[in-house]
Design a binder for this molecule. Structure first.
Ligand code: PMP
Length: 283
């Protein structure tokens, strides 16, 4: 695999960053994950815009322009013969002697990108079976709208889900679902799609934005508001969205079936519209 590190394309065993990198020492870093279908980037402008927003919120310098970023993504697709999979990107505040205070502004940020080939990205078995979800308290920090690499709690959540015989976890705060460990969460009741409103409590999913727009274009009703676990349990269908899972059905929560306990029609239709439109718009 060829990996990008600070201006260089290197074999993965030669791609290195400093032990003093603030991404390593403080999780002082932001990231993006963009999917690739048919060798094309899905929603690249959205991911580039969110990256710039995360950097701005953390007063971090942007190491490259959007045009350069696109160029690097394309180069990695070519060099790695990537037709289906993901491109991971991370920017850190760079390497400096360990200190809680940010280093001097001239400190060079670290930029790393690598590919992950996922031949079954589009044809995940979860689409047929649906996902089993467990709920856990949301114990993350309060600025979840910034896409930082502080992923220990979501990682613990996925381990707990697996230990409880499930596929993933939804996080709950003040009685309402915030989002999944690495995805946005939705329920559908009487044809109305409900998902938490945007704010500092959740990541502003790029997939979420596209799916809600397509749903509205298809005359489906959308409510952006908090929903409780009880409400989810009485829903007809449920699903998650993310760049790597697109639109994937959820069939149970904490061991109780949602609706029929099988993937539903509305979610299947949303997934189809999303994938069709995204393939057309891929760059
Ligand atoms: N919420 C969280 C916490 C996530 O980690 C992700 C995936 N990065 C999402 C939502 C979905 O965002 P996107 O659709 O941009 O992948």
């Amino acid at each position: 695999r060829t990996v990008y590190v600070n201006g260089e394309y290197l074999p993965e065993d030669q791609a290195k960053v400093s032990v003093f990198d603030r991404g390593f020492l403080f999780a002082d870093a932001v990231y993006e994950v963009t999917s690739v279908l048919d060798g094309k980037l899905i929603s690249f402008p959205g991911h580039a815009a969110r990256l710039q927003r995360s950097l701005t919120e953390l007063e971090m310098a942007s190491p490259v322009s959007d045009a350069e970023l696109l160029e690097i993504h394309r180069e990695l697709i070519t060099r790695n013969d990537l037709t289906e999979g993901l491109i991971y990107l991370q920017v850190t505040r760079g390497a400096a002697d360990r200190d809680f205070l940010y280093p001097a502004p001239e400190t060079v940020p670290t930029l790393v990108l690598f590919t992950q080939a996922k031949p079954a990205l589009e044809h995940s078995p979860m689409v047929q079976t649906g996902m089993k979800i467990v709920t856990i308290p949301d114990r993350r920090w309060g600025r979840r709208d910034i896409k930082t690499t502080q992923l220990l709690y979501p990682s613990m959540g996925k381990m707990e889900a697996r230990a409880r015989g499930a596929d993933d976890a939804w996080m709950v705060e003040d009685g309402a679902v915030t989002e999944g460990t690495s995805n946005n969460a939705y329920i559908i009741k009487d044809g109305v799609i409900v998902t938490r409103h945007l704010g500092e409590e959740i990541l502003h999913g790029i997939t979420r934005k596209a799916v809600l727009a397509f749903a509205r274009e298809a005359q489906m009703k959308v409510e952006e508001r908090p929903f409780t676990v009880e409400e989810a349990l009485s829903a007809d269908e449920a699903f998650i969205t993310s760049a790597s899972s697109f639109v994937t059905p959820v069939v149970s929560i904490d061991g109780a079936d949602i609706g029929t306990g099988r993937p539903g029609k509305v979610v299947a239709r949303l997934r189809e519209i999303y994938l069709d439109e995204m393939r057309k718009a891929g760059i």
